[in-house]
Design a protein around this ligand. Structure first.
Ligand code: NAP
Length: 487
């Protein structure tokens, strides 16, 4: 934490309808990973500010719940409209604080606007049920009721999308929220808040706090006002939050780490498969929870696939995401780049062969640029095979039998996404049935869309975001039983 002594713009917290500074005047510098410069200071609050935000959300809850889903939808749809109008400006901020190329940032903003619009409509479909009675004179129904005040915590890799997936369904369901973005990437979410405010968001309905994660997390856990925590981030922190929620019987949704297999069958063109694989792998530098991170290629096409993958990876244009034509930006922070260096060093020591990349790019004086890397001679013991890599590394392995590759793909504590490249319907179907993953892309490296469920099996999480399930996550089911008068 720093005190406000720099000249960079100060961005504030948003509590109870007011932009405010931290109580102690503390700020945090937001760094551009392409230039290593501080691009803005953000107010850096703590427990007291979080408590006030929760209290504001609690005060705003009764009136927000009472609005019809149609009226809530108007604000969410207007938010989507404003986000689309300002997509270029928000995308620029996103690229500057996170590093991804501008085209990816813009796609993220537009996808998030779609999420707001989709949940605006889905909020109108929070249906209950009429349940047939078994005892004469009784009648049974269920109605849906908002969970209450929700805390939404997100990481830095998709700072707009991952909050949109929580804010939009929570507000559509009639909940109020306190949002905690990653400390290093709060700026583009501040711009989304500006859209919500201009769209007519009443004070207290959505609040924004930035500050030390443990302090804010403890307030969310220990304050009884907060009825649910929706968390996206690492499996380790997710476990900690789940333990805390158990202590206080709070509802919890968890979107955690992944280690997705990408499996290439020999019936389809390996060069096309390599193009899809490279596109999926190096999007956002591999810093994507659903990024393919282990590549199993059938022996019959291994050579062609490998040659093509190396060629495509080498051709990717690395640079500052603001520059035209750049396809891969810097890694998000110095620590992430160092972890990638360590992963590659571990692979090298254990006999892996680097076919391209494998080092920090020496073309840049500043910034955390790592060359897109393809490796072969890979064994299951490599750290990048057992730990979630979150890095621009593409380890290639081979296989010959479908059942063996399903076993290898499932041999992980994660179960978020999996990818299959084939034109054979039977193979595609058997893989979709056999793979332990919440999201399966058949020839599709970018499967996320607002109307389809997103989430993981095993240690990749609990619950689903997006789709109708994403709305249900913010609703309680109330059962009402009627005993009618006789006669
Ligand atoms: P992280 O360390 O778990 O942080 C994620 C968020 O949690 C940040 O806002 C962080 O705040 C906050 N946080 C950290 N410790 C906390 C605590 N004790 N209590 C409350 N909040 C806490 O995750 P990361 O390494 O930044 O993000 C990458 C991870 O997210 C990867 O594992 C990736 O797979 C996962 N992810 C999953 C999905 C999905 O949908 N399944 C999507 C994207 C990313 P600070 O920034 O202030 O530390």
């Amino acid at each position: 934490m720093t005190t406000a002594t720099t000249t960079a713009t100060l961005r504030r917290l948003y509590i109870d309808g007011t932009w405010c500074e931290a109580d102690n005047g503390g700020t945090l510098g937001v760094i551009n990973p392409a230039t290593e410069e501080v691009i803005a200071e953000v107010a850096y609050g703590g427990r007291a500010e979080t408590r006030r935000a929760l209290e504001a959300a609690q005060r705003a809850l009764p009136a927000w719940m009472k609005l019809t889903a149609w009226d809530r939808a108007k604000i969410l749809k207007k938010t989507a409209e404003l986000m689309r109008e300002r997509a270029d400006a928000i995308a620029r901020t996103l690229t500057m604080e996170q590093g991804k190329p501008l085209a990816e940032s813009k796609a993220e903003v537009l996808h998030s606007a779609d999420t707001f619009e989709w949940f605006a409509e889905e909020g109108k479909r929070a249906y209950g049920q009429v349940i047939p009675h078994s005892i004469p004179g009784k009648r049974h129904i269920t109605v849906k009721h908002p969970v209450g005040v929700v805390a939404s915590i997100s990481p830095w890799n998709f700072p707009v999308t991952l909050q949109a997936r929580k804010i939009a369904p929570a507000l559509a369901a009639g909940c109020t929220v306190v949002c905690k973005p990653a400390s290093q990437t709060p700026l583009c979410l501040i711009q989304v808040f500006e859209c919500m405010i201009e769209a007519g968001l009443p004070p207290g309905v959505a609040n924004l706090v930035v500050g030390p994660a443990q302090e804010i997390g403890d307030e969310f856990l220990e304050n009884p006002i907060c009825r649910k925590i929706s968390f996206t981030g690492s499996t380790e922190v997710g476990k900690q939050i789940m333990r805390g929620c158990a202590e206080h019987i709070k509802r919890v949704s968890l979107e955690l780490g992944g280690h997705a297999p990408f499996i290439v069958f020999p019936d389809a063109d390996p060069e096309v498969g390599a193009k899809i694989a490279v596109t999926g792998k190096f999007r956002n530098n591999g810093q994507v929870c659903i990024a393919p991170s282990r590549f199993y290629v059938h022996k019959d096409v291994e050579k062609k696939f490998t040659e093509a993958a190396v060629e495509f990876a080498r051709a990717l244009k690395l640079g500052n995401g603001l520059e035209p034509g750049v396809e891969v930006g810097p890694m998000f922070e110095k620590k992430a780049m160092q972890q990638t260096i360590d992963l590659v060093e571990d692979a090298r020591r254990r006999g892996a062969k680097i076919l391209t990349g494998g080092k920090r790019s020496d073309r840049f004086e500043k910034g955390y640029f790592f060359e897109p890397t393809v490796l072969t001679n890979v064994s299951g013991e490599l750290r990048m095979m057992t730990e979630e890599p979150f890095a621009p590394v593409m380890p290639l392995l081979d296989f010959s039998k479908l059942d063996d590759v399903i076993r290898a793909a499932n041999n992980t504590r994660y179960g978020l996404a999996a990818y299959v490249f084939t034109n054979d319907l039977t193979v595609a179907w058997r893989m979709a049935e056999g793979l332990e993953a919440g999201i399966i892309g058949i020839n599709d490296p970018v499967p996320a869309t607002p109307q389809c469920p997103f989430g993981g099996m095993k240690e990749s999480g609990l619950g689903r975001e997006l789709a109708h399930e994403g709305l249900e996550a913010y609703l309680e089911t109330k059962y009402v039983s009627f005993k009618l008068r006789e006669g």
